[in-house]
Write a protein that binds this ligand. Structure first.
Ligand code: SF4
Length: 239
């Protein structure tokens, strides 16, 4: 990696079968986020990353060497990884080790996304779509000011390039109803894959979310059925 300034990595999960379907992967967690989604489960990483111990990248590199041939790739999560200044350097280093890369992103940095795709540094992108592409709705669901044009640019970019991707929405009952799910899916019409994620009220950034009752599994399945005609593949995760 570029040795000038190396920003801290804040977490490392050596093994996951859940974060990248069909792959054995590890996860690197990067600090900070430009959203403050009330239902976020990474509140320390988002709000107080300085309170979390740094993970030395030298340790991660030793792990890659030791596990060569046993892991398929690395998931880059957060927080919002596209805010991380060393992201292209980090991904180049991982790709040079022969590992695949999956990026988890909220889609607010289409220019960074484009640079990473152009440089062939990504093998899979999972992009959150938090709400219909309406400034006020997006602001409500993310508790942040959002430029929805950037979100739209990231959607268009992923759908127009030769890259594997999924769009995904955490379906939180107090924010998203049937009409919202239809509005979201119409904004990604023709997409390869759309995942509806079950909302988990435990350990959220905004503690008042603990009182929000998740949709029943059958209700989520009905949403998936409703929106599936607009995309190539759609299913529910987390039920
Ligand atoms: S859910 Fe994702 S986008 Fe929202 S605050 Fe947490 S890390 Fe950021």
């Amino acid at each position: 990696m570029n040795q000038e300034i190396i920003h801290p990595i804040k977490g490392f999960n050596p093994h996951t079968f859940l974060d990248w379907e069909g792959k054995i992967a590890c996860v690197i967690y990067l600090p900070g986020c430009n959203f403050k989604c009330p239902f976020c489960h990474s509140s320390e990483l988002v709000i107080n990353p300085e309170t979390i111990a740094n993970v030395d990248y030298a340790y991660i590199k030793d792990f890659f060497k030791e596990k060569k041939g046993w892991i398929d790739g690395v998931v880059i999560g957060g927080g919002e990884p596209t805010l991380y200044k060393n992201l292209p350097d980090l991904l180049r280093d991982i790709k040079n080790k022969g590992l695949l890369v999956k990026l988890d992103t909220n889609g607010t940095n289409p220019m960074v996304l484009k640079q990473l795709i152009d440089e062939k540094l990504l093998d899979y992108v999972a992009m959150d779509i938090k709400a219909p592409l309406d400034t006020q709705l997006y602001a409500k669901v993310t508790a942040s000011n959002v430029d929805v044009i950037s979100i739209k640019q990231s959607i268009d970019l992923l759908m127009s390039r030769d890259i594997d991707y999924e769009f995904r929405t955490t379906v939180v009952p107090c924010f998203l109803q049937k009409k919202d799910m239809l509005a979201i899916v119409k904004a990604i019409k023709g997409a390869k894959k759309y995942i509806l994620q079950q909302f988990d009220p435990k350990d959220t950034l905004d503690k008042s979310m603990a009182t929000v009752k998740p949709y029943l599994p059958d209700e989520l399945k009905q949403f998936a059925q409703l929106v599936s005609e607009f995309v190539k593949q759609c299913y529910v995760r987390g039920i």
